[in-house]
Design a protein. Structure first.
Length: 482
């Protein structure tokens, strides 16, 4: 006989799903259904608040300490409180804080959430947000919302309570033959859950943060944490392009950069790379620059490349980078980010070309017989040399275009035709802009010089002699001594 759906859900939670489903993912998705967290900005705030806790509970303290490099600093992995403190401080340093923009986030989110019909909740996020919006604007400039903090024990109790209520309602429907229409529905379980999660740190002032209690003992969830954090990564990615506050997009990029050390190769290629790529053309220059940095560090973690991703650089990354450089007023921070990462990107392009050739050869070896008259090794070597040479020739041309664009769009400190106008003819603003342009141009050239050795290895002897050396000589004639 077929059992009720709640029975199958319990069986899946016990035998199929990882333990973190009931302790983290399921309660998190319930929180995301709250009207406030239907808004992308508040959703990012929730994820940012619980980011350290989720990685600690899912990946385990040993994995997070290794990723953060805290083990090398003498932090004892077996000492859970000190390990949690070191990890929490590391996340606070690495991930952008949203405390300073909470007044913008809360006001817009409450306006959107006011269109929803939601029950009166005496505790938790909704009540504090309503009390804040009821006050004068000067008192709500820095609202102090007690964001829910996921605790493993509280989340597990909530999941069990909710499953119990679902089973009770299912049995009632089976016995009466009627479906509940609201008279037996109650929000008490949700109120209790929100109140318990918001009680930690509710008295904390935004300008004097303290370290919350560890969400769990940090033993982790076994070998399944890559898939679990891949779902968390999808939550971050789905919100990144829809937030209205630029600082929230920076926080999303910071979280994606930290997730790279914990998620699978498929998650990196299918989620983190595309969303970082999309933010490279963000209207805010600082976001575009951060997206370039995150994308470069993300590609360093890719060790296997499917054949479908062979044109990743030629058709996907490099054209988008050219758009980030040439469009939107050529902001100096974007030029500096590209110049700082061009050497690493060139190295990744070469490595990805090698990986794509190796993947193609593996597929051919498994599906095609050797060519007549050739030994298998000779046939594969010929394909590898030809394919790699063709790919790298195109990559060289694109890298040359990027370097040329960097120097072409470089801000200059002088007037037209290189003449320096006198200080008397310049106002204070124009003179400050001229000095800023000189400083930016100098920093971009220094960043390119630091990448010259890597670019020379990538270009080879002819490319270095014909392309890089002329620029190197021109840099030697620059008036700046650096």
């Amino acid at each position: 006989q077929r059992k009720p759906a709640i029975h199958y859900l319990r069986d899946w939670c016990e035998h199929v799903l990882p333990e973190s489903f009931c302790n983290c993912l399921f309660p998190l998705t319930v929180l995301l259904l709250h009207p406030l967290y239907q808004q992308p900005d508040m959703r990012v705030v929730l994820l940012r608040t619980n980011f350290a806790s989720m990685l600690w509970s899912v990946a385990g303290r040993k994995a997070v300490l290794r990723a953060a490099g805290c083990s090398d600093d003498g932090v004892d992995e077996d000492d859970s409180p000190s390990a949690w403190e070191a990890w929490y401080r590391h996340v606070e340093r690495r991930v952008c804080s949203l405390t300073e923009v909470m007044h913008c986030v809360v006001n817009s989110s409450m306006q959107a959430a006011s269109q929803w019909t939601m029950p009166e909740v005496s505790t938790g996020v909704a009540a504090e947000a309503r009390s804040c919006t009821a006050q004068p604007e000067e008192h709500c400039f820095k609202p102090s919302l007690a964001q829910p903090r996921l605790h493993e024990a509280a989340c597990k109790r909530f999941s069990e309570s909710l499953f119990g209520l679902w089973e009770e309602g299912c049995n009632r429907c089976i016995s009466t033959g009627l479906v509940d229409e609201g008279e037996n529905q109650s929000s008490a379980v949700y109120e209790t859950f929100l109140s318990e999660l918001c009680s930690d740190g509710s008295g904390r002032q935004p300008d004097a943060p303290s370290i919350p209690a560890p969400p769990s003992d940090g033993r982790g969830q076994g070998d399944d944490f890559e898939d679990v954090l891949g779902i968390v990564c999808s939550f971050v990615c789905s919100s990144a392009q829809h937030v209205t506050v630029p600082r929230a997009r920076l926080a999303c990029l910071d979280m994606l950069e930290m997730l790279v050390s914990f998620v699978s190769q498929d998650t990196i290629l299918e989620q983190i790379v595309p969303y970082s790529h999309a933010l490279m053309t963000d209207p805010v220059a600082k976001v575009r620059a951060r997206a370039v940095d995150v994308l470069t560090r993300t590609l360093d973690r890719v060790q296997q490349l499917p054949t479908s991703n062979t044109p990743l650089f030629m058709e996907y990354i490099f054209p988008q980078m050219m758009s980030a450089i040439s469009g939107m007023n050529n902001e100096p921070v974007v030029l500096l980010a590209v110049a700082r990462n061009i050497g690493a990107l060139a190295s990744h392009a070469v490595r990805f070309a090698e990986l794509s050739v190796a993947a193609a050869q593996t597929g051919q070896a498994g599906s095609q017989p050797p060519s007549p008259g050739k030994r298998p090794a000779e046939a594969h070597a010929a394909v590898e040399v030809e394919t790699f040479d063709v790919q790298w020739k195109h990559l060289q041309e694109f890298i040359k275009k990027i370097v040329k664009a960097l120097l072409e769009y470089l801000p200059t400190g002088g007037g037209p035709h290189g003449h320096q106008p006198s200080s008397e003819r310049l106002g204070a603003v124009a003179e400050e802009e001229m000095l800023l342009n000189l400083a930016v141009g100098r920093e971009v050239k220094i960043a390119l010089l630091r990448n010259m050795c890597v670019l020379a290895d990538s270009f080879g002897r002819d490319g270095t002699h014909n392309f890089l050396l002329p620029y190197l000589i021109s840099f030697m004639n620059d008036p700046a001594w650096e």
